[in-house]
Design a protein around this ligand. Structure first.
Ligand code: NAG
Ligand code: NAG
Ligand code: NAG
Length: 493
Protein backbone atom coordinates (compact mmCIF):
# COMPACT_ATOMS: atom_id res chain seq x y z
CA UNK A 1 0.00 0.00 0.00
CA UNK A 2 0.96 3.66 0.06
CA UNK A 3 3.35 5.34 2.46
CA UNK A 4 0.88 7.21 4.72
CA UNK A 5 0.91 11.00 4.59
CA UNK A 6 1.12 11.01 8.40
CA UNK A 7 4.80 10.12 8.05
CA UNK A 8 5.28 13.88 7.88
CA UNK A 9 4.49 14.13 11.59
CA UNK A 10 7.51 12.05 12.51
CA UNK A 11 9.59 15.09 13.30
CA UNK A 12 12.31 13.17 15.10
CA UNK A 13 12.66 10.37 12.61
CA UNK A 14 16.20 10.13 11.27
CA UNK A 15 16.23 6.90 9.31
CA UNK A 16 13.48 5.66 7.03
CA UNK A 17 14.42 2.26 5.68
CA UNK A 18 11.63 0.69 3.63
CA UNK A 19 13.63 -0.85 0.83
CA UNK A 20 12.34 -3.94 -0.97
CA UNK A 21 8.70 -3.76 0.03
CA UNK A 22 5.57 -3.44 -2.03
CA UNK A 23 4.91 0.26 -1.42
CA UNK A 24 2.75 1.77 -4.14
CA UNK A 25 1.25 5.18 -4.99
CA UNK A 26 3.24 8.35 -4.71
CA UNK A 27 5.84 9.53 -2.22
CA UNK A 28 3.78 11.80 0.06
CA UNK A 29 4.55 15.50 -0.13
CA UNK A 30 4.50 15.61 3.64
CA UNK A 31 7.73 13.62 3.83
CA UNK A 32 9.40 16.99 3.36
CA UNK A 33 8.22 17.96 6.86
CA UNK A 34 10.47 15.39 8.52
CA UNK A 35 13.14 17.88 9.52
CA UNK A 36 15.42 15.41 11.30
CA UNK A 37 15.57 12.90 8.50
CA UNK A 38 19.04 11.84 7.41
CA UNK A 39 18.49 8.62 5.49
CA UNK A 40 15.59 7.83 3.20
CA UNK A 41 15.77 4.44 1.51
CA UNK A 42 12.67 3.59 -0.48
CA UNK A 43 14.40 1.64 -3.22
CA UNK A 44 12.86 -1.50 -4.77
CA UNK A 45 9.18 -0.68 -4.33
CA UNK A 46 6.39 0.20 -6.72
CA UNK A 47 6.28 3.92 -6.00
CA UNK A 48 4.87 6.02 -8.80
CA UNK A 49 4.13 9.68 -9.43
CA UNK A 50 6.77 12.35 -9.24
CA UNK A 51 9.44 13.02 -6.67
CA UNK A 52 8.02 15.74 -4.38
CA UNK A 53 9.98 18.98 -4.50
CA UNK A 54 9.40 19.20 -0.74
CA UNK A 55 12.22 16.69 -0.21
CA UNK A 56 14.52 19.60 -0.94
CA UNK A 57 13.57 21.11 2.40
CA UNK A 58 14.90 18.24 4.52
CA UNK A 59 18.01 20.15 5.51
CA UNK A 60 19.96 17.28 7.06
CA UNK A 61 19.29 14.66 4.43
CA UNK A 62 22.43 12.63 3.72
CA UNK A 63 21.22 9.70 1.65
CA UNK A 64 18.20 9.47 -0.62
CA UNK A 65 17.64 6.19 -2.43
CA UNK A 66 14.47 5.85 -4.50
CA UNK A 67 15.99 3.62 -7.15
CA UNK A 68 14.05 0.73 -8.75
CA UNK A 69 10.59 2.27 -8.55
CA UNK A 70 8.19 3.67 -11.13
CA UNK A 71 8.71 7.33 -10.42
CA UNK A 72 8.01 9.61 -13.32
CA UNK A 73 8.11 13.34 -14.04
CA UNK A 74 11.16 15.52 -13.72
CA UNK A 75 13.80 15.67 -11.05
CA UNK A 76 13.09 18.55 -8.63
CA UNK A 77 15.91 21.05 -8.69
CA UNK A 78 15.44 21.58 -4.97
CA UNK A 79 17.31 18.35 -4.29
CA UNK A 80 20.44 19.99 -5.64
CA UNK A 81 20.33 22.52 -2.83
CA UNK A 82 20.60 19.93 -0.05
CA UNK A 83 23.91 20.79 1.52
CA UNK A 84 24.59 17.58 3.40
CA UNK A 85 23.42 15.14 0.77
CA UNK A 86 26.17 12.58 0.19
CA UNK A 87 24.44 9.97 -1.95
CA UNK A 88 21.49 10.26 -4.28
CA UNK A 89 20.20 7.24 -6.14
CA UNK A 90 17.38 7.89 -8.62
CA UNK A 91 18.35 5.08 -10.96
CA UNK A 92 15.88 2.73 -12.67
CA UNK A 93 12.74 4.81 -12.67
CA UNK A 94 10.82 6.55 -15.43
CA UNK A 95 12.12 10.02 -14.81
CA UNK A 96 12.43 12.47 -17.65
CA UNK A 97 13.52 16.01 -18.39
CA UNK A 98 16.63 17.82 -17.38
CA UNK A 99 19.05 16.57 -14.74
CA UNK A 100 19.95 19.56 -12.57
CA UNK A 101 23.58 20.59 -12.47
CA UNK A 102 23.81 21.93 -8.98
CA UNK A 103 24.83 20.44 -5.64
CA UNK A 104 24.97 16.66 -5.53
CA UNK A 105 24.26 16.44 -9.26
CA UNK A 106 27.71 17.85 -9.98
CA UNK A 107 29.28 14.85 -8.33
CA UNK A 108 28.83 11.91 -10.66
CA UNK A 109 30.36 9.51 -8.16
CA UNK A 110 27.70 10.34 -5.60
CA UNK A 111 24.57 10.53 -7.72
CA UNK A 112 23.02 7.83 -9.84
CA UNK A 113 20.44 8.51 -12.54
CA UNK A 114 21.06 5.62 -14.92
CA UNK A 115 18.16 3.45 -16.08
CA UNK A 116 15.83 6.39 -16.70
CA UNK A 117 15.03 6.64 -20.39
CA UNK A 118 13.84 10.23 -20.58
CA UNK A 119 16.62 12.19 -18.88
CA UNK A 120 18.82 14.74 -20.59
CA UNK A 121 21.47 17.28 -19.74
CA UNK A 122 23.25 17.10 -16.41
CA UNK A 123 26.97 16.90 -15.75
CA UNK A 124 28.99 16.08 -18.87
CA UNK A 125 30.30 12.87 -17.32
CA UNK A 126 26.80 11.40 -17.22
CA UNK A 127 26.93 11.22 -21.04
CA UNK A 128 23.24 12.01 -21.32
CA UNK A 129 21.88 13.56 -24.48
CA UNK A 130 21.69 17.34 -24.43
CA UNK A 131 18.27 18.74 -23.62
CA UNK A 132 16.43 20.08 -26.63
CA UNK A 133 16.62 23.86 -26.90
CA UNK A 134 13.29 25.27 -27.95
CA UNK A 135 13.89 28.60 -29.63
CA UNK A 136 10.95 30.97 -29.95
CA UNK A 137 11.04 33.63 -32.62
CA UNK A 138 11.44 36.64 -30.37
CA UNK A 139 14.31 35.10 -28.48
CA UNK A 140 16.12 33.59 -31.42
CA UNK A 141 18.87 36.14 -31.28
CA UNK A 142 19.25 35.74 -27.54
CA UNK A 143 19.30 31.97 -27.95
CA UNK A 144 22.06 32.08 -30.49
CA UNK A 145 24.11 34.32 -28.22
CA UNK A 146 23.37 31.86 -25.46
CA UNK A 147 24.60 29.08 -27.72
CA UNK A 148 27.73 30.99 -28.64
CA UNK A 149 28.66 32.16 -25.16
CA UNK A 150 27.05 29.97 -22.58
CA UNK A 151 27.71 26.57 -24.08
CA UNK A 152 31.49 27.02 -24.36
CA UNK A 153 31.43 28.52 -20.88
CA UNK A 154 29.42 25.61 -19.48
CA UNK A 155 31.71 23.11 -21.18
CA UNK A 156 34.75 24.85 -19.75
CA UNK A 157 33.22 24.89 -16.30
CA UNK A 158 32.24 21.22 -16.50
CA UNK A 159 35.71 20.39 -17.75
CA UNK A 160 37.13 22.28 -14.81
CA UNK A 161 34.81 20.40 -12.46
CA UNK A 162 35.82 17.07 -13.96
CA UNK A 163 39.50 17.94 -13.75
CA UNK A 164 39.21 19.11 -10.17
CA UNK A 165 37.26 15.99 -9.20
CA UNK A 166 40.00 13.91 -10.81
CA UNK A 167 42.71 15.89 -9.07
CA UNK A 168 40.80 15.57 -5.84
CA UNK A 169 40.63 11.80 -6.23
CA UNK A 170 44.26 11.60 -7.12
CA UNK A 171 45.19 13.61 -4.11
CA UNK A 172 43.01 11.42 -1.94
CA UNK A 173 44.64 8.30 -3.36
CA UNK A 174 48.08 9.74 -2.99
CA UNK A 175 47.26 10.46 0.62
CA UNK A 176 46.55 6.79 1.20
CA UNK A 177 49.70 5.77 -0.57
CA UNK A 178 51.82 8.25 1.28
CA UNK A 179 50.49 7.16 4.60
CA UNK A 180 51.67 3.62 4.05
CA UNK A 181 55.21 3.91 5.33
CA UNK A 182 53.87 5.07 8.69
CA UNK A 183 52.13 1.74 9.14
CA UNK A 184 55.25 -0.18 8.44
CA UNK A 185 57.02 -0.07 11.72
CA UNK A 186 60.01 -2.40 11.39
CA UNK A 187 58.10 -4.33 8.83
CA UNK A 188 59.44 -5.49 5.48
CA UNK A 189 58.13 -3.58 2.49
CA UNK A 190 55.73 -5.82 0.69
CA UNK A 191 54.07 -5.41 -2.64
CA UNK A 192 50.65 -6.62 -3.63
CA UNK A 193 52.47 -9.32 -5.57
CA UNK A 194 54.19 -10.47 -2.38
CA UNK A 195 50.79 -10.76 -0.73
CA UNK A 196 49.54 -12.82 -3.61
CA UNK A 197 52.42 -15.24 -3.16
CA UNK A 198 52.14 -15.23 0.64
CA UNK A 199 48.56 -16.48 0.41
CA UNK A 200 49.03 -18.90 -2.52
CA UNK A 201 47.18 -16.56 -4.81
CA UNK A 202 44.47 -15.88 -2.19
CA UNK A 203 43.48 -19.51 -2.26
CA UNK A 204 40.34 -20.57 -0.43
CA UNK A 205 42.36 -22.89 1.76
CA UNK A 206 43.86 -19.76 3.30
CA UNK A 207 40.54 -17.99 3.75
CA UNK A 208 39.99 -17.40 7.46
CA UNK A 209 37.11 -14.98 7.48
CA UNK A 210 34.67 -13.10 5.37
CA UNK A 211 32.82 -9.87 6.08
CA UNK A 212 30.45 -7.61 4.21
CA UNK A 213 33.20 -5.74 2.42
CA UNK A 214 36.20 -8.00 2.62
CA UNK A 215 37.72 -11.44 2.89
CA UNK A 216 40.59 -12.27 5.21
CA UNK A 217 43.38 -14.67 4.28
CA UNK A 218 46.18 -16.12 6.31
CA UNK A 219 49.57 -15.83 4.69
CA UNK A 220 53.27 -16.29 5.29
CA UNK A 221 55.52 -13.58 3.92
CA UNK A 222 58.37 -14.97 1.91
CA UNK A 223 60.73 -12.19 3.04
CA UNK A 224 60.95 -13.18 6.68
CA UNK A 225 58.34 -15.85 7.31
CA UNK A 226 56.04 -13.55 9.30
CA UNK A 227 52.52 -14.93 9.51
CA UNK A 228 50.02 -12.27 8.60
CA UNK A 229 46.31 -11.81 8.07
CA UNK A 230 45.56 -10.12 4.76
CA UNK A 231 42.22 -8.39 4.44
CA UNK A 232 41.23 -7.99 0.80
CA UNK A 233 38.43 -5.57 0.04
CA UNK A 234 35.71 -6.72 -2.36
CA UNK A 235 35.62 -3.48 -4.27
CA UNK A 236 32.66 -4.51 -6.44
CA UNK A 237 30.51 -4.17 -3.32
CA UNK A 238 29.29 -0.64 -2.98
CA UNK A 239 30.69 0.77 0.25
CA UNK A 240 33.84 -1.36 0.25
CA UNK A 241 35.99 1.54 -0.93
CA UNK A 242 34.57 3.64 1.89
CA UNK A 243 35.22 0.86 4.34
CA UNK A 244 38.87 0.62 3.25
CA UNK A 245 39.32 4.35 3.68
CA UNK A 246 37.51 4.35 7.04
CA UNK A 247 39.80 1.63 8.28
CA UNK A 248 42.96 3.34 7.00
CA UNK A 249 41.94 6.60 8.60
CA UNK A 250 40.98 5.01 11.87
CA UNK A 251 44.17 3.03 12.18
CA UNK A 252 46.65 5.54 10.80
CA UNK A 253 47.26 7.26 14.09
CA UNK A 254 46.23 4.77 16.69
CA UNK A 255 48.62 2.68 18.73
CA UNK A 256 47.40 0.58 21.59
CA UNK A 257 48.33 -2.85 22.84
CA UNK A 258 44.71 -3.95 22.61
CA UNK A 259 44.09 -2.87 19.04
CA UNK A 260 44.78 -5.23 16.19
CA UNK A 261 47.95 -3.68 14.77
CA UNK A 262 47.96 -2.92 11.07
CA UNK A 263 51.33 -3.67 9.49
CA UNK A 264 50.95 -2.27 6.02
CA UNK A 265 48.48 -1.57 3.28
CA UNK A 266 48.53 -2.17 -0.39
CA UNK A 267 46.60 -0.49 -3.14
CA UNK A 268 47.16 -1.23 -6.80
CA UNK A 269 45.69 -2.57 -9.99
CA UNK A 270 45.64 -6.35 -10.32
CA UNK A 271 46.57 -8.35 -13.39
CA UNK A 272 43.03 -8.09 -14.77
CA UNK A 273 43.09 -4.32 -14.50
CA UNK A 274 40.81 -4.18 -11.47
CA UNK A 275 41.44 -2.06 -8.43
CA UNK A 276 42.96 -4.07 -5.61
CA UNK A 277 43.09 -2.92 -2.02
CA UNK A 278 44.28 -4.85 1.00
CA UNK A 279 45.34 -4.29 4.59
CA UNK A 280 47.87 -6.47 6.34
CA UNK A 281 47.60 -7.27 10.03
CA UNK A 282 49.52 -9.30 12.51
CA UNK A 283 48.03 -12.78 12.54
CA UNK A 284 46.21 -13.61 15.77
CA UNK A 285 46.82 -17.30 16.37
CA UNK A 286 44.12 -17.85 18.96
CA UNK A 287 41.34 -16.69 16.68
CA UNK A 288 38.43 -14.57 17.80
CA UNK A 289 36.28 -14.44 20.89
CA UNK A 290 33.20 -15.77 19.12
CA UNK A 291 35.02 -18.90 17.98
CA UNK A 292 36.64 -19.27 21.36
CA UNK A 293 33.33 -19.11 23.20
CA UNK A 294 31.39 -21.42 20.97
CA UNK A 295 33.79 -23.78 19.24
CA UNK A 296 34.09 -25.92 22.36
CA UNK A 297 30.29 -26.27 22.50
CA UNK A 298 29.09 -29.72 21.59
CA UNK A 299 32.62 -30.96 21.33
CA UNK A 300 32.85 -33.86 23.78
CA UNK A 301 36.61 -34.03 23.57
CA UNK A 302 37.23 -30.56 24.89
CA UNK A 303 39.09 -30.93 28.12
CA UNK A 304 38.69 -28.45 30.92
CA UNK A 305 42.09 -26.98 30.19
CA UNK A 306 40.89 -25.86 26.75
CA UNK A 307 37.93 -23.98 28.15
CA UNK A 308 38.44 -20.32 28.85
CA UNK A 309 38.65 -19.66 32.52
CA UNK A 310 37.03 -16.91 34.51
CA UNK A 311 40.39 -15.13 34.82
CA UNK A 312 40.94 -15.30 31.05
CA UNK A 313 37.49 -13.96 30.30
CA UNK A 314 37.96 -11.18 32.79
CA UNK A 315 41.27 -10.30 31.21
CA UNK A 316 39.67 -10.26 27.75
CA UNK A 317 36.87 -7.88 28.73
CA UNK A 318 39.38 -5.65 30.52
CA UNK A 319 41.57 -5.58 27.38
CA UNK A 320 38.60 -4.60 25.24
CA UNK A 321 37.54 -1.93 27.74
CA UNK A 322 41.09 -0.49 27.63
CA UNK A 323 41.04 -0.42 23.84
CA UNK A 324 37.68 1.34 23.75
CA UNK A 325 38.68 3.80 26.43
CA UNK A 326 41.66 4.68 24.26
CA UNK A 327 39.56 5.02 21.11
CA UNK A 328 36.85 7.09 22.75
CA UNK A 329 38.95 9.30 24.95
CA UNK A 330 42.62 9.37 24.07
CA UNK A 331 42.48 10.61 20.51
CA UNK A 332 42.14 14.02 19.01
CA UNK A 333 38.58 13.42 17.90
CA UNK A 334 37.26 10.19 19.32
CA UNK A 335 36.96 7.14 17.14
CA UNK A 336 33.73 5.20 17.32
CA UNK A 337 34.13 1.58 16.29
CA UNK A 338 30.45 1.03 15.33
CA UNK A 339 30.72 -2.72 14.83
CA UNK A 340 31.89 -4.28 18.05
CA UNK A 341 31.11 -7.97 18.34
CA UNK A 342 32.90 -11.08 19.58
CA UNK A 343 34.15 -12.01 16.12
CA UNK A 344 35.98 -8.66 15.93
CA UNK A 345 37.86 -9.36 19.14
CA UNK A 346 41.05 -11.24 18.28
CA UNK A 347 43.38 -13.11 20.57
CA UNK A 348 47.12 -13.49 20.32
CA UNK A 349 49.26 -16.31 21.67
CA UNK A 350 49.15 -14.89 25.20
CA UNK A 351 45.37 -14.59 25.07
CA UNK A 352 45.67 -10.81 25.02
CA UNK A 353 42.63 -9.40 23.27
CA UNK A 354 42.90 -7.00 20.32
CA UNK A 355 39.97 -5.11 18.87
CA UNK A 356 39.92 -5.33 15.09
CA UNK A 357 37.86 -4.58 12.01
CA UNK A 358 37.53 -0.85 11.78
CA UNK A 359 35.72 -0.92 8.45
CA UNK A 360 32.74 0.94 9.88
CA UNK A 361 34.64 3.23 12.25
CA UNK A 362 33.65 6.87 12.46
CA UNK A 363 35.43 9.89 13.82
CA UNK A 364 33.64 12.14 16.24
CA UNK A 365 34.44 15.85 16.44
CA UNK A 366 36.26 16.31 19.70
CA UNK A 367 36.69 14.24 22.82
CA UNK A 368 35.53 17.10 25.01
CA UNK A 369 32.11 17.58 23.53
CA UNK A 370 29.08 15.86 24.93
CA UNK A 371 28.67 12.44 23.43
CA UNK A 372 25.17 11.67 24.47
CA UNK A 373 21.62 12.67 23.90
CA UNK A 374 22.44 15.33 21.36
CA UNK A 375 20.78 14.21 18.17
CA UNK A 376 23.03 16.39 16.05
CA UNK A 377 26.17 14.81 17.32
CA UNK A 378 24.92 11.47 16.12
CA UNK A 379 24.45 12.75 12.62
CA UNK A 380 27.64 11.21 11.30
CA UNK A 381 26.68 7.77 12.48
CA UNK A 382 24.98 5.21 10.35
CA UNK A 383 23.04 2.24 11.60
CA UNK A 384 25.26 -0.43 10.32
CA UNK A 385 26.91 -3.28 12.07
CA UNK A 386 25.53 -6.54 13.19
CA UNK A 387 22.09 -7.23 14.62
CA UNK A 388 22.13 -7.96 18.32
CA UNK A 389 25.10 -5.76 19.14
CA UNK A 390 24.16 -2.40 17.72
CA UNK A 391 22.36 0.58 19.19
CA UNK A 392 22.20 3.54 16.84
CA UNK A 393 23.82 6.19 19.01
CA UNK A 394 27.52 6.43 18.14
CA UNK A 395 29.73 6.44 21.24
CA UNK A 396 26.91 5.31 23.48
CA UNK A 397 26.28 2.60 20.88
CA UNK A 398 29.82 1.27 21.24
CA UNK A 399 29.31 1.17 25.00
CA UNK A 400 26.06 -0.73 24.55
CA UNK A 401 27.75 -3.25 22.26
CA UNK A 402 30.53 -3.60 24.76
CA UNK A 403 28.04 -4.35 27.53
CA UNK A 404 26.37 -7.03 25.44
CA UNK A 405 29.73 -8.63 24.67
CA UNK A 406 30.59 -8.60 28.35
CA UNK A 407 27.35 -10.35 29.32
CA UNK A 408 27.79 -12.81 26.46
CA UNK A 409 31.35 -13.64 27.48
CA UNK A 410 30.33 -14.79 30.95
CA UNK A 411 26.94 -16.29 30.07
CA UNK A 412 28.13 -17.89 26.86
CA UNK A 413 24.79 -17.04 25.30
CA UNK A 414 24.41 -15.11 22.08
CA UNK A 415 22.15 -12.05 22.33
CA UNK A 416 20.35 -13.40 19.27
CA UNK A 417 19.63 -16.79 20.80
CA UNK A 418 16.08 -18.17 20.46
CA UNK A 419 15.31 -17.75 24.15
CA UNK A 420 15.77 -13.98 23.84
CA UNK A 421 12.53 -12.87 22.26
CA UNK A 422 9.13 -11.50 23.24
CA UNK A 423 10.69 -8.78 25.35
CA UNK A 424 13.26 -11.00 27.03
CA UNK A 425 16.76 -9.79 26.19
CA UNK A 426 20.09 -10.90 27.51
CA UNK A 427 20.02 -7.75 29.66
CA UNK A 428 16.61 -8.49 31.20
CA UNK A 429 17.67 -12.05 31.73
CA UNK A 430 20.60 -10.90 33.86
CA UNK A 431 18.40 -8.36 35.63
CA UNK A 432 15.81 -10.97 36.57
CA UNK A 433 18.44 -13.20 38.11
CA UNK A 434 20.50 -10.52 39.77
CA UNK A 435 22.26 -11.15 42.09
CA UNK A 436 20.91 -14.33 43.71
CA UNK A 437 20.46 -16.37 40.55
CA UNK A 438 23.74 -15.43 38.89
CA UNK A 439 25.34 -18.78 39.61
CA UNK A 440 22.48 -20.43 37.71
CA UNK A 441 22.77 -18.36 34.56
CA UNK A 442 26.48 -17.96 33.96
CA UNK A 443 28.37 -20.39 31.73
CA UNK A 444 28.35 -23.64 33.72
CA UNK A 445 32.01 -24.19 32.85
CA UNK A 446 32.97 -21.26 35.01
CA UNK A 447 31.95 -22.55 38.42
CA UNK A 448 32.30 -26.26 37.77
CA UNK A 449 34.77 -28.21 39.92
CA UNK A 450 35.80 -25.21 41.97
CA UNK A 451 36.47 -25.52 45.69
CA UNK A 452 33.81 -23.87 47.84
CA UNK A 453 36.03 -21.04 49.08
CA UNK A 454 37.08 -19.97 45.59
CA UNK A 455 33.57 -20.38 44.29
CA UNK A 456 32.33 -17.70 46.65
CA UNK A 457 35.01 -15.28 45.49
CA UNK A 458 34.35 -16.13 41.86
CA UNK A 459 30.66 -15.44 42.32
CA UNK A 460 31.37 -12.05 43.89
CA UNK A 461 33.58 -11.24 40.95
CA UNK A 462 30.92 -12.35 38.45
CA UNK A 463 28.27 -10.25 40.16
CA UNK A 464 30.47 -7.14 39.97
CA UNK A 465 31.40 -7.74 36.34
CA UNK A 466 27.88 -8.49 35.17
CA UNK A 467 26.71 -5.38 36.95
CA UNK A 468 29.03 -3.33 34.73
CA UNK A 469 27.68 -5.05 31.60
CA UNK A 470 24.18 -4.46 32.85
CA UNK A 471 24.80 -0.69 33.32
CA UNK A 472 26.14 -0.45 29.76
CA UNK A 473 23.08 -2.05 28.25
CA UNK A 474 20.12 -1.29 30.49
CA UNK A 475 20.62 2.41 31.17
CA UNK A 476 19.54 4.97 28.63
CA UNK A 477 22.31 6.38 26.41
CA UNK A 478 22.67 9.52 28.52
CA UNK A 479 22.95 7.61 31.78
CA UNK A 480 25.38 4.99 30.56
CA UNK A 481 28.85 5.07 32.11
CA UNK A 482 31.58 6.18 29.67
CA UNK A 483 34.51 3.91 28.85
CA UNK A 484 36.75 5.64 31.44
CA UNK A 485 34.32 4.60 34.12
CA UNK A 486 33.77 1.14 32.69
CA UNK A 487 37.50 0.40 32.42
CA UNK A 488 38.12 1.73 35.92
CA UNK A 489 35.37 -0.45 37.44
CA UNK A 490 36.67 -3.54 35.70
CA UNK A 491 40.26 -2.91 36.74
CA UNK A 492 38.86 -2.63 40.26
CA UNK A 493 37.35 -6.09 39.98
C1 NAG B 1 4.64 -8.00 -3.54
O1 NAG B 1 4.81 -7.89 -4.93
C2 NAG B 1 5.22 -9.09 -5.57
C3 NAG B 1 5.54 -8.79 -7.01
O2 NAG B 1 4.48 -8.12 -7.61
C4 NAG B 1 4.10 -10.13 -5.39
O3 NAG B 1 4.51 -11.35 -5.99
C5 NAG B 1 3.85 -10.33 -3.93
O4 NAG B 1 2.75 -11.19 -3.75
C6 NAG B 1 3.55 -9.01 -3.22
N1 NAG B 1 3.49 -9.24 -1.79
C7 NAG B 1 2.47 -8.81 -1.05
C8 NAG B 1 2.55 -9.15 0.39
O5 NAG B 1 1.52 -8.19 -1.51
C1 NAG C 1 19.97 2.09 -3.66
O1 NAG C 1 19.24 0.88 -3.70
C2 NAG C 1 19.69 -0.03 -4.70
C3 NAG C 1 18.72 -1.17 -4.81
O2 NAG C 1 18.34 -1.66 -3.56
C4 NAG C 1 21.10 -0.46 -4.34
O3 NAG C 1 21.58 -1.37 -5.29
C5 NAG C 1 21.98 0.77 -4.30
O4 NAG C 1 23.26 0.40 -3.83
C6 NAG C 1 21.43 1.85 -3.37
N1 NAG C 1 22.16 3.09 -3.60
C7 NAG C 1 22.89 3.69 -2.65
C8 NAG C 1 23.50 4.97 -3.01
O5 NAG C 1 23.06 3.20 -1.54
C1 NAG D 1 31.72 13.22 -4.60
O1 NAG D 1 31.16 12.11 -3.95
C2 NAG D 1 32.11 11.25 -3.38
C3 NAG D 1 31.41 9.99 -2.92
O2 NAG D 1 30.34 10.28 -2.06
C4 NAG D 1 32.80 12.00 -2.26
O3 NAG D 1 33.75 11.19 -1.67
C5 NAG D 1 33.48 13.24 -2.83
O4 NAG D 1 33.99 14.01 -1.78
C6 NAG D 1 32.50 14.08 -3.64
N1 NAG D 1 33.25 15.07 -4.41
C7 NAG D 1 33.01 16.37 -4.33
C8 NAG D 1 33.85 17.24 -5.22
O5 NAG D 1 32.16 16.84 -3.58
Amino acid sequence: GPLPTEVGRAKQLQYLYLSSNNLSSGIPDTLGNCDSMEYIELDQNFLSGSIPASLGSIRNLQVLNVSHNRLSGSIPKSIGSLMYLEQLDLSFNRLEGEVPEIGIFKNVTASWVDGNKGLCGGAAKLHLPACPVIPSNSTKHVTSTVLKVVIPLVSMVSLAVVISVLLFWRRKRKKIYMSLPSFGRKFPRVSCHDLDRATDGFSTSNLIGRGGYSSVYKGRLLQDGTIVAVKVFTLETRGAQKSFIAECNALRNVRHRNLDPILTACSSIDSKGNDFKALVYEFMPKGDLHALLYSALGDENTSNSERITLAQRLSIVVDVADALEYLHHDNQGAIVHCDLKPSNILLDDNMTAHVGDFGLARFKAGPTQSYFGDSNSASSTVIKGTIGYVAPVSVAGDIYSYGIILLETFLRKRPTEDMFKDGLSITNFVEMNFPAGISQIVDSDLLQDRPVATKEKDLDCLVSVLNVGFCCTKLSPSERPNMHEVAASLHGV
